[in-house]
Write a protein that binds this ligand. Structure first.
Ligand code: NAD
Ligand code: UD1
Length: 337
């Protein structure tokens, strides 16, 4: 069984590639390295014991994708490739819709032509928007507040329409909550571009001394301690969720949507405290204004993924903070040592 992994050199893709290899799948990475380093391929080889085949290319390049599907006998696709920075998407909507939406349509055209009708797509909890009540369940209405979020809402719609048009398609929409953590080896992990927007990479960069202190965006939310609550999931659990989805995919046609989270809400200060406790490092912080577009609380109902995919998480909050720190500490300059 050969799986094409678009965006396989990125944060979640690279961990999923290793989990797929361990589960016995053949893997082919397709990535344009716009937000990743080719050096990750050496690390993947080191960790899996064999070179992972890859093709450098863009998901918007129809010709290249057509060639790829002709040259390789691909059974299914896990589609991670895309741009993911919320703030940047507001400044560069055309680039975001082009990469994420047009890129996905181009990929789907190549898949249709090649008769490969099996895809797992990286969606996001962001599609629950700001008007639903927690815990978020898959049947709730979707919406967005920025071009990144809209690109996910649109792609979910496109994939659902494709599934409706042709019963041969197997489509799985995975809505990730907040992925953090890294591989236990400390050899692969998240590589934010510039100053991180997300909480965990910001904390690890404060811990390593790259950034001075954390700014906590608001402590007047209606939550346990006033700070924002999120559902953090270890990237290794997320990777396992993809393998479960593929295994399920083999038997079920049509479109299926699953949350991938832990179902546990953790506040900003609780995450900081866990990081400090388990890594024995102080994280200086100050409370500042709320960040535009943030919601108070976001966590998943995990019932459907558990019932239908047999998916449950294995990693604890301690694993998440320890593994995130190991990766940062061992790779202060990312992949370029
Ligand atoms: P990432 O940026 O680390 O990985 C994405 C990979 O796709 C990178 O290697 C990048 O070079 C590649 N890529 C981007 N545009 C491409 C294109 N046009 N053609 C070919 N390759 C391209 O991001 P990630 O955190 O691993 O996220 C993977 C997916 O999961 C994304 O679709 C993202 O929107 C989604 N997601 C991420 C999070 C998160 O917090 N990390 C949360 C929810 C959903
Ligand atoms: C953000 C995105 C979301 C995306 C998700 C995963 C926004 C508005 N939302 O969500 O669309 O799917 O990342 O990539 O950008 N925090 C601080 N200080 C910081 C950073 C964050 O206090 O320096 C707080 C936030 O206010 C929030 C929590 O930490 O309460 C988590 O933030 P973050 O990691 O950015 O994730 P989300 O806000 O869930």
């Amino acid at each position: 069984m050969k799986v094409l992994v678009t965006g396989g050199a990125g944060y979640i893709g690279s961990h999923t590639v290793l989990t797929l290899k361990s589960a016995g799948y053949d893997v082919l990475i397709y990535d344009n390295f716009s937000n990743s380093s080719q050096a990750v391929l050496e690390r993947l080889e080191e960790l899996s014991g064999e070179a992972i085949p890859f093709v450098e290319g863009d998901i918007r390049d129809q010709e290249r994708l057509d060639d790829l599907f002709q040259q390789h006998s691909i059974d299914s696709v896990i589609h991670f490739a895309g741009l993911k920075a919320v703030g940047e998407s507001v400044l560069k909507p055309i680039e975001y819709y082009d990469n994420n939406v047009s890129g996905t349509v181009t990929l789907l055209k190549a898949m249709k032509k090649a008769g490969v009708k099996n895809i797992v797509f990286s969606s996001s909890a962001t599609v629950y928007g700001s008007n639903n009540q927690v815990p978020f369940t898959e049947g709730m209405p979707t919406s967005a507040t920025n071009p990144y979020g809209y690109s996910k809402v649109m792609i979910e719609q496109i994939l659902s329409d494709v599934a409706k048009s042709d019963p041969e398609w197997t489509i799985t929409l995975l809505r990730y909550f907040n992925p953090i953590g890294a591989h236990k080896s400390g050899r692969i992990g998240e590589l934010p571009n510039g100053v991180p927007n997300n909480l965990m990479p910001y904390i690890t960069q404060v811990a390593v001394g790259k950034l001075d202190h954390l700014r906590v965006f608001g402590n007047d939310y209606d939550t346990v301690d006033g700070t924002g609550v999120r559902d953090y999931i270890h990237v290794l659990d997320l990777a396992r969720g993809h393998v479960k989805a593929l295994q399920k995919n083999a038997a079920v046609k049509g479109v299926k949507t699953y949350n991938l989270g832990t179902g546990e809400g953790v506040s900003v200060l609780q995450l900081v405290q866990a990081f400090e406790k388990y890594n024995d490092i102080k994280i200086p912080y100050e409370i500042v204004e709320r960040r535009d577009g943030d919601i108070a609380t976001c966590y998943a109902s995990c019932e459907k993924a558990q019932r239908e995919l047999g998916f449950t998480t294995e990693e604890s909050l301690k694993d998440m903070v320890v593994d995130s720190w190991r990766w940062q500490k061992q790779n202060p300059k990312g992949y370029e040592q």
